[in-house]
Design a protein around this ligand. Structure first.
Ligand SMILES: Nc1nc2c(c(=O)[nH]1)N[C@H]1C(S)=C(S)[C@@H](COP(=O)(O)O)O[C@H]1N2
Ligand SMILES: [Mo]
Length: 419
């Protein structure tokens, strides 16, 4: 993006430190006292287990798995799945094709010595510790769900709406769907001795501390309201029938179905359970909507994902005129099942229904196709728009927000028709 991300983050962080960014419910004097010393943000991080060493210091991206160019676009410490590479694959994104979003680098964690500590004022007693074997002995659940970055589709704020936003310039490939297996977070919280007054839980990753604009924000962590934690959140140790791959949280990650990806903390090492609302930069300064159309100090912390559609095509894909081509794609929504997908091959003038290839299900995507016989050579735009079971249809524009979250508008996919 054209705006310098570091300068932007530094400015937002100054606002947060000055108490002008929103932090509902948290006493600002307490916050400022906590933040008074240099690097004092770490004072907010609770128990301090040492951060793990990076798993693959040789890879510049910090990502362990192979990132072949025909399957991924590498964006700094992140790797975006190329939608064209999903064509012909099943509803579950193969693990080796699943996008990676890392604040720093994939850590190497020994599953045999890994421990999860559950602690805080929202427990009846003291901290409780669980090993991987303990979790595996508890009742297991499977849940098919997408993990999608809140910033997925962000580059379209610029390419379609001419707006400058900060953050990784994802196209639409910061999403994957997997079959996650693990134990319900509710089960672990119950065994840890959840107290009646608990309101928030905050999982924290074992990856390195994250610095932005020269300020150490501590380890990646984001509060989750207890209601969602008890509803359908998982502590997942398997992904599509395999142990979690290193890049996706080995040995255990949190999985929060339908919510923005940041809720699904990877490499979880501890979970604070609190009788008071919890705050971290990931629910105050980040992952809220800031901008003229949003409340001063930002929207409420982001929860569910939006509705989106993507063609399984590269931008600029080439089609021969006079032949019939099968266009394929996928649509999904954080609000529930996709109920309808329509496609336009004339820039949005006329729409026709796409054929759905999956029975739509909540928390997942549906594959679809539509045939197209282009007539004239030249540039063309392909559009797909989904409607979800709440009746929300993808709009023509998404309201601007500074960090480019929750893009939902119909994407105009440029292609070329040759004679
Ligand atoms: N510990 C930790 N958890 C994390 C992150 C991270 O950097 N560290 N990134 C978050 C973000 S922003 C997203 S979108 C998802 C990405 O999950 P994936 O890399 O398995 O696709 O993980 C989330 N969990
Ligand atoms: Mo994300």
């Amino acid at each position: 993006m054209t705006m310098d991300e570091t300068a932007y983050d530094r400015r937002r962080l100054r606002q947060w430190l000055a108490g002008t960014a929103r932090a509902d419910g948290l006493d600002r004097r307490d916050l400022l006292r906590l933040l008074a010393g240099a690097g004092a943000l770490t004072a907010l991080t609770g128990l301090g287990a040492p951060a793990a060493r990076a798993a693959a210091p040789t890879a510049a991206s910090g990502i362990v798995k192979a990132l072949p160019e025909d399957r991924f676009t590498v964006r700094g410490t992140n790797a975006e799945t190329r939608f064209a590479a999903l064509r012909g694959t099943g509803r579950h994104t193969p693990n080796d094709l699943f996008f990676v979003r890392n604040h720093t680098a994939t850590p190497a964690i020994d599953a045999a010595t890994w421990r999860l500590t559950v602690w805080g004022s929202g427990l009846r007693g003291g901290p409780r510790t669980f090993g991987l074997d303990d979790l595996r002995r508890m009742p297991a659940t499977e849940h098919e769900a997408f993990v999608e970055c809140a910033g997925n589709g962000r580059s379209n704020f610029t390419t379609q709406q001419g707006q400058t936003v900060s953050g990784t310039a994802w196209a639409l490939g910061a999403i994957g769907v997997a079959r996650w297996r693990g134990v319900r977070l509710a089960e672990v919280l119950r065994r840890a001795g959840l107290a009646r007054g608990a309101v928030d839980v905050q999982p924290r990753g074992l990856d390195a501390e994250f610095s932005s604009g020269g300020v150490n924000l501590g380890r990646v962590r984001r509060p989750l309201p207890l209601a969602k934690a008890l509803d359908d959140a998982l502590l997942a140790y398997e992904m599509n029938g395999e142990p979690l791959p290193p890049d996706h949280g080995r040995p255990v990650r949190v999985l929060v179905p339908s919510w923005v990806g940041i809720a699904s903390i990877k490499w979880v090492g501890d979970i604070e359970v609190s009788a008071e609302p919890l705050y971290s930069p990931w629910n105050t300064d980040l992952y809220r909507l800031f901008g003229p159309a949003h409340p001063d100090g930002g929207s409420a912390p982001l929860t569910r994902q939006t509705v989106k559609s993507a063609f399984e095509l590269d931008r600029g894909a080439v089609f021969a005129a006079g032949r019939t081509h099968r266009l394929t794609g996928r649509s999904w929504s954080g609000a529930g099942r996709v109920s309808r997908v329509e496609v336009s091959t004339d820039g949005g003038a006329r729409w026709r229904p796409a054929r759905l290839h999956d029975r739509p299900r909540r928390d997942s995507w549906v594959r679809w196709s539509a045939d197209w016989t282009p007539r004239a050579a030249g540039p063309a735009e392909l559009l797909a728009r989904a409607t979800d079971e709440e009746g929300t249809t993808q709009p023509e524009r998404t309201e601007f927000n500074e960090q480019g979250y929750l893009f939902a508008a119909v994407v105009r996919h440029p292609v070329t028709v040759t004679a």
